[in-house]
Design a protein around this ligand. Structure first.
Ligand code: MEV
Length: 310
């Protein structure tokens, strides 16, 4: 008898508006991109990732997924279209795809359950987190996260006194070009850094609220299909994130270089390295500029499906 095998995939993501502030309950917008993480799972005598045995010191997301799903030892193999630590959601994508693969042992799974379990894993491993990354990788397409439920609500999640309502968002057609700085930056320490600042400074708390306002303006511009105004909100969001201390010289350099060819540009994800994203109607020029500044460009297709069986 051949061993059962489960194959799934989940997309990477770019946060268009509102990262970090979303951890404090502010609104945020995120889009899935056409770069995917594929996961292959099969029973084994010991748990491993890409042939390396899991221990208490490595691959914490994979170990946490196996523990959460009460799994017997599994061999997990992954292959990804995008680099890990690039701010494009590799940890969330692997978590979501693996949870779905393990849930698939018992039959069809529901998106909302996968999103909830993946969020719990991310909180456990990363420390403080919002459900934006795991929800985007689960649902695909685009999502709007905000504190109150509204039209197109997908699911709600809460932690301590915070609540996030995750909505499907119809996004207009747009071209996004991502620039990876080449410097991996784990999200957890950046989230912890912002928390220290927010805890001790009312100025930082004001910046978080301001990001929420800029995000809401951007959401209105998206609904009107006004890409110029959306781009302005993205660029303003970058400035506010830089004030919060989560940009880096490499990110600032790439954002500045892209601006003359874009509606707007900003860092995306945790920051401190990782990637930036530009909204543009001149993708070839933006790709060229990112490359000339030492970044790794990706033209991102959007409106892509979330987690699925392969
Ligand atoms: C990271 O992609 C997004 C952050 O807002 C963290 C989170 O929401 O969990 C920085």
């Amino acid at each position: 008898m051949t061993a059962p095998i489960w194959n799934t995939s989940a997309p990477g993501k770019v946060i268009l508006l509102g990262e970090h502030a979303v951890v404090y309950g502010q609104p945020a917008v995120s889009m899935a991109i056409g770069l995917r993480m594929r996961v292959h799972v099969e029973p084994s005598t010991m748990s491993s990732l890409n042939g390396v045995q899991l221990t208490s010191h490595n691959y914490s997301y994979v170990s946490a997924c196996l523990a959460k799903m009460g799994s017997a030892p599994m061999s997990v193999m992954t292959s990804s279209d995008f680099p890990s630590g690039s701010g494009l959601g590799s940890s969330a994508a692997v978590t979501v795809a693996l949870i779905a693969a393990l849930a698939g042992r018992y039959g069809p799974w529901k998106e909302a359950e996968v999103a909830q379990q993946a969020f719990e894993v991310e909180c456990e491993v990363q420390g403080r987190a919002s459900p934006i990354d795991t929800s985007t990788c689960t649902h695909g397409r685009a999502i709007l996260v905000r504190p109150e439920p509204g039209e197109d609500l997908l699911w709600q999640m809460s932690l301590d006194s915070r609540r996030w309502c995750v909505h499907h968002l119809d996004a207009p057609d747009m071209t996004l070009v991502i620039g990876f700085t080449g410097r991996s930056a784990p999200t957890g320490p950046m989230v912890a850094k912002v928390k220290r600042y927010v805890d001790r400074s009312s100025f930082a708390r004001d910046m978080v609220e301001e990001i929420g306002q800029v995000t809401l303006e951007g959401v209105r511009s998206m609904a009107e299909g006004d890409l110029e105004a959306l781009g302005r909100s993205m660029s303003m969001n970058h400035k506010l994130l830089a004030i919060l201390g989560v940009s880096s010289p490499e990110l600032d350099r790439l954002v500045k270089a892209c601006l003359p060819h874009s509606y707007g540009a900003k860092l995306t994800g945790g920051g401190g390295g990782g990637s930036m994203v530009a909204l543009t109607d001149r993708p070839d020029q933006v790709v060229e500029v990112i490359r000339s500044k030492g970044g790794q460009p990706f033209v991102a297709s959007t409106n892509v499906p979330g987690v699925k069986e392969e």
